[in-house]
Design a protein around this ligand. Structure first.
Ligand SMILES: C[S@@+](CC[C@H](N)C(=O)[O-])C[C@H]1O[C@@H](n2cnc3c(N)ncnc32)[C@H](O)[C@@H]1O
Length: 299
């Protein structure tokens, strides 16, 4: 477990591509997700949806290029609150099937409730820790698997990438998606915005998250998956989008930043002022985030 000695802070920052949330240790233990340091359940849903919406048009095209089609059987590994699961369930249709797997009960509860409410009957929810082998039945083996924003949370992502092979049959495909937040940029890098981002990145790093995993994703697949393509995509948020995201981050983290001594009240007030004024910079993009897509095949 990465967080040893740092239990006071369960937060993560995502400038566009990795959500920030704070969760309590006891909640995580009882939730079945002891090694996950972000918020789970209802409070995780909105930022995950926001990220999903930002990349949606690209994602749909990439899934198609990677061969996802109607009737397929697909695994969504680390499905969270089910935003990607829903898209997959739509794409494979009633003749296909999606297994949505996560180790967090709270995440699965939200995903199950929203998808059932919307009438999806082609999804099965599975609670399992991806770092452990899964005793998959032959008739559960998929044609395709996806995993988005999950490996960056794991202490041994290479091993997890290897275990993922078990979820698909021979010739089956994977599409793995992870960010490289270390290379995110700002169109107008003022001192306040830079220090805000730097502090939030430090928060995540202390929590054991690997923000630059995306850039190493294809290497992690070597010897496990036959890598067919690697895409690096840059997503740009305008000032209003950035403001929305940063406001939520600051609200979520203010208390912990103060308690941990990672920021003073003066710094926090300065960041809030900077964020409040972002809407005056509404011209083109304001902040950007990088995402890697790796498509592999089990040969
Ligand atoms: C940032 S969320 C991403 C959710 C979803 N893939 C998406 O893109 O909206 C990461 C998810 O990975 C799950 N997760 C993290 N470590 C896991 C593990 N060892 N086994 C299973 N799920 C895990 C978390 O519970 C969380 O729901």
């Amino acid at each position: 477990m990465r967080m040893t000695g740092w239990t006071f802070l369960k937060g993560l920052f995502l400038v566009g591509l990795v959500s920030t949330s704070l969760a309590s240790g006891t909640q995580e233990e009882s939730d079945g997700a002891p090694t996950y340091h972000l918020r789970t359940g209802e409070r995780a849903a909105a930022p995950l949806q926001q990220q999903h919406d930002m990349i949606l048009s690209d994602l749909e095209a990439i899934l198609k290029e990677c061969g996802l089609k109607e009737g397929m059987r697909v695994w969504d590994l680390g499905c969270g609150t089910g935003t990607l699961t829903r898209l997959l369930a739509e794409k494979v249709g009633p003749s296909g099937h999606v297994w949505a797997l996560d180790f967090s009960k709270a995440q699965l509860d939200v995903a199950r409730a929203t998808l059932q409410e919307d009438g999806y009957t082609n999804v099965t929810f599975v609670q399992h820790d991806l770092t452990q082998p899964f005793a998959i039945k032959e008739d559960q083996k998929g044609d395709f698997l996806v995993s988005r924003f999950v490996l960056m949370h794991l202490e041994a992502p290479k091993e997890a990438v290897g275990l993922m092979r078990d979820y698909v049959k021979q010739g089956g495909a994977c599409l793995l998606m992870e960010p490289d937040n270390s290379r995110n940029s700002l169109a107008r890098p003022c001192e306040q915005a830079q220090s805000f981002r730097k502090t939030l990145l430090e928060v995540g790093e202390k929590a054991g998250l690997d923000y630059s995993l995306g850039a190493r994703l294809a290497c992690l697949c070597e010897g496990v998956w036959q890598v067919k393509s690697v895409r690096e995509k840059c997503y740009q948020n305008n000032a209003t989008g950035t403001q929305k995201l940063w406001r939520a981050r600051l609200e979520e983290m203010e208390e912990k930043l103060l308690a941990s001594g990672m920021a003073t009240q003066g710094q926090i007030d300065g960041w809030r002022h900077m964020i409040d004024n972002l809407s005056s910079k509404e011209e083109g993009w304001y902040s950007s985030a990088l995402l890697y897509y790796v498509h592999g095949v089990k040969e």
